[in-house]
Design a protein around this ligand. Structure first.
Ligand SMILES: Cc1cc2nc3c(=O)[nH]c(=O)nc-3n(C[C@H](O)[C@H](O)[C@H](O)COP(=O)(O)OP(=O)(O)OC[C@H]3O[C@@H](n4cnc5c(N)ncnc54)[C@H](O)[C@@H]3O)c2cc1C
Length: 509
């Protein structure tokens, strides 16, 4: 997709963002707003949920955000050689409109772009190395893979066209109770089936060559999700946008968006781990009994509990990641939805790369590739190797060549031992290894994804990750849940799970 096409789409959609009003929304029924809302987790999902809940429910509701660790969750940095580097979520696509809206709204700058060049490593040598010249890259791709590369861009663009309908639906106030319904509203049965087929199956059915999948597509899915072309088609298509130009990051670190959103939403950050959520019914003074959620938590100040009208869980409940128990709920909670999270290590090394490890024979001073993707081969101990820039680019910065000491990020399925480091680096002075349970292990068909509603007014934001995991997906889910919670509170059922929205809203533009 050309940058020109993106720019036009971004302007068109931002236009919708600012000008559209909820003309199709039904008049809200008169109903008191909730008094208290809890959000569990202050990653980008929880912070965006607080922001959109404030937008939907107005200034009077008290919003508490529980977070035992650093604000940002999987958006995190580590210090190396007196600079901060991203260790979690790194890059944002130019069509990620919620993330774009957040930085604009918060007045946060985008990090200055440093041009990069990619290569693919098969475990013994580089099988592809990007040239500085667009035309050379284009002709090489054409020579090796015929029109596959061009068709891949067209296919990804067609998926993105449907995917981006969500921004319009949300701007008009529509929300969905499950990922399946949301995907169906974006593009019907075909679009939904992306989640139930592997990327490989989907692209093979579209006529792509297996060699192209192995040599070009797999390195991109490995770089994005540390997984093969057997991830689901939607997560796969989003991985392929990693080959687009214009990817950006936040000046000073992506996690700044989370603290900015919490501040902007006027939420109270409670430094505590939620341990239990219990549904309780209490008689009220004036009328019938009402239900509340009692959230129990443990923090530095000891244990406590508080009552809430609405609770949003913005942390994965799978695989004991957040260890929250539930009581008094009759409907099933997430433990009944199978699946595990994929472990990856984000390893920062301040050192001198051993370019001969990559099979490079020319002098390291001439090796200017900054992103080394890897083919799916048993010889590869890593998913990718990247020369990373600090979260803030100082004036006059230029990325040092491979012959100099600089910071590399190895993205790997396991921690690196001294032997691995000796093979990959000529020398190093510091290493920082961050393990992540990073995103779901995608094993389509994904027949049963967790719903967004776990119980009457108990919502689950991280359900979105079973379709695809990214900052923008969490932000989309946050807005969906804020709308869903608002419509269900005010009994505006006409704004939930509507079909044919694309056709119905076309006339509104
Ligand atoms: C190595 C890596 C690279 C990535 N690269 C990219 C990328 O380039 N681009 C991109 O868009 N995405 C990327 N992602 C994915 C992206 O970072 C995540 O999808 C996103 O940050 C998830 O945000 P979240 O708020 O939904 O969840 P999280 O960030 O996981 O937030 C959940 C929060 O809940 C807290 N919590 C857990 N249990 C409890 C409890 N019991 N009580 C209270 N709080 C609790 C946690 O401490 C955490 O802060 C990457 C992820 C990783 C790990």
């Amino acid at each position: 997709m050309s940058v020109g096409t993106w720019t036009q789409r971004v302007f068109l959609l931002l236009g919708i963002y600012h000008s559209a009003t909820r003309t199709l929304a039904s008049t809200p029924e008169l109903h008191e707003p909730p008094a208290n809302i809890a959000v569990v987790g202050a990653g980008i999902g929880g912070a965006a949920a607080a922001f959109y809940l404030r937008q939907e429910f107005g200034p009077t509701v008290k919003i508490d955000v529980f977070e035992p660790a650093d604000v940002g969750g999987r958006l995190a940095t580590a210090e190396m050689a007196n600079q901060e580097y991203e260790t979690g979520g790194m890059v944002i696509h130019p069509l990620n409109l919620h993330m774009k809206h957040f930085v604009d709204k918060l007045g946060i700058s985008v990090r200055q772009e440093v041009p990069s060049k990619k290569a693919v490593f098969d475990g013994s040598e580089l099988t592809f190395e990007e040239s500085d010249w667009f035309i050379v890259n284009f002709l090489r791709m054409l020579w090796r893979y015929g029109l596959n590369y061009l068709f891949m861009q067209m296919w990804v663009e067609s998926v993105m066209d449907k995917f981006m309908r969500i921004y319009q639906y949300q701007q008009y106030g529509y929300s969905f109770t499950s990922m399946e319904r949301l995907l169906h509203a974006m593009g019907g049965d075909d679009f939904l089936s992306l989640m139930n087929h592997t990327l490989e199956e989907t692209m093979r059915a579209e006529g792509f060559a297996q060699i192209f999948l192995n040599n070009v597509v797999a390195p991109l899915t490995r770089q994005t999700y540390g997984q093969s072309v057997r991830i689901n088609g939607l997560a796969g298509a989003l991985s392929l946008t990693g080959a687009d130009s214009g990817l950006w990051a936040v000046d000073g670190g992506n996690k700044r968006v989370c603290s900015g959103l919490l501040y902007h939403s006027k939420s109270d950050l409670i430094r505590a781990r939620v341990t239990n959520i219990s549904f309780k019914v209490r008689p009220s003074k004036t009328g019938p009994s009402t239900g509340f959620y009692e959230v129990s938590y443990v923090g530095d100040g000891g244990a406590g509990h508080s009552m809430y009208d609405i609770v949003v869980i913005a942390t994965p409940l799978h695989q004991g990641q957040s260890d929250i128990s539930f009581s008094g709920l009759s409907s099933p909670v997430v433990s009944q939805f199978p699946g595990i999270y994929h472990q990856v290590f984000s390893i920062l090394v301040h050192g001198v790369l051993n370019t001969s490890y990559l099979g490079v024979t020319r002098p390291a001073s001439e090796f200017t590739v900054s992103e080394i993707l890897t083919a799916d081969s048993k010889d590869n101990v890593m998913y990718s190797l990247t020369s990373v820039d600090p979260v803030h680019i100082p004036p006059g910065y230029s990325r040092p060549p491979a012959s100099q000491t600089k910071v590399w990020k190895v993205f790997s399925p396991r921690a690196l031992d001294q032997e691995d480091l000796r093979r990959m680096f000529l020398s190093w002075d510091s290493v920082s290894q961050t393990p992540w349970l990073a995103y779901p292990t995608y094993r389509p068909p994904q027949r049963l994804t967790p719903p967004f509603i776990l119980h009457s007014r108990l919502y689950y934001l991280s359900a979105v990750e079973w379709a695809a995991s990214s900052m923008e997906m969490s932000a989309i889910s946050a807005r969906n849940i804020a709308l869903l919670a608002h419509h269900r509170w005010h009994k505006q059922m006409g704004q939930i799970d509507q079909e044919d929205l694309h056709t119905r809203l076309r006339g509104e533009l």
